[in-house]
Design a protein around this ligand. Structure first.
Ligand code: HEM
Length: 206
């Protein structure tokens, strides 16, 4: 059996799963408020009034927890020279040909794109959400500004939801990834195959 390598600490995993739970709760309560066809989701939150009260708090908790994760992970998500090659070869990789994929560090180009999309959409969600959070902040903003904020809020939510769908799909598709976030450890062969530069850095092996 191949050796295991530590990829995430307990704190990082708790932080991540807290965000994931908040994402589901904020997402479902937001969808319930977005369109009458999804109003039935209010049943999960104690009715329409409670959904409206809870949604901004759930979103704020997700954002606060994401700030912690952002400051732990942002350095590993900075784009570098391998990313261009990874992007060029990604179509072949999706068809199963990984022969020309470059060696990557802790995260590949796709993961980095998702990370920055999540960051930007969450910042946009919190900034615009505050602008029409009645009754607390609305007196500071004109109704026309609030309407634009509501539109940008909905667009950002769609971007975040799509990013998370891609994120979860990729996590399941690349076998052995989910265990990184559940146990904190990954198989040595997983690390060598998918994140060779990170593997070399962690183990000192070539
Ligand atoms: C049920 C839902 C989710 C699953 C199954 C999942 C799974 C995973 C897995 C397996 C990893 C480790 C990937 C690796 O180390 O290569 C990871 C990392 C990460 N996840 Fe999730 N995740 C979920 C939800 C979320 C949500 C809702 C967010 C944020 C809104 C999020 C943000 C991140 C970030 C930022 C990383 C670090 C990777 C990076 O910086 O690119 N995840 N997730």
């Amino acid at each position: 059996m191949s050796k295991l390598i530590q990829r995430y600490t307990d704190g990082e995993r708790m932080n991540h799963w807290f965000i994931a739970i908040m994402f589901v709760l904020a997402g479902l309560s937001g969808l319930a408020l977005f369109h009458p066809a999804m109003y039935f989701f209010t049943n999960l939150f104690g009715g329409g009034a409670w959904t409206r009260i809870l949604h901004p708090f759930l979103g704020s908790l997700m954002f606060l927890a994401f700030i912690l994760m952002f400051f732990r992970f942002w350095r590993d998500n900075i784009f570098n020279s391998q990313d261009k090659q990874w992007r060029k070869q990604s179509c072949k990789m999706l068809k199963g040909d990984i022969s020309e994929m470059p060696e990557v560090g802790k995260y590949n180009f796709g993961q980095k794109m998702v990370f920055w999309l999540m960051t930007l959409s969450l910042v946009a969600l919190v900034v615009t959400g505050v602008m029409f959070w009645r009754p607390w902040f609305t007196p500071f903003f004109d109704i026309s500004i609030m309407r634009i904020a509501a539109l940008v809020h909905a667009i950002s939510a769609v971007i975040l939801i799509l990013s998370v769908i891609v994120h979860v799909y990729a996590a399941i598709w690349v076998k052995g990834s989910v265990q990184a976030m559940t146990t904190g450890k990954v198989d040595e062969s997983w690390a060598r195959t998918h994140h060779a530069l990170w593997y070399k850095k962690e183990t000192g092996k070539q």
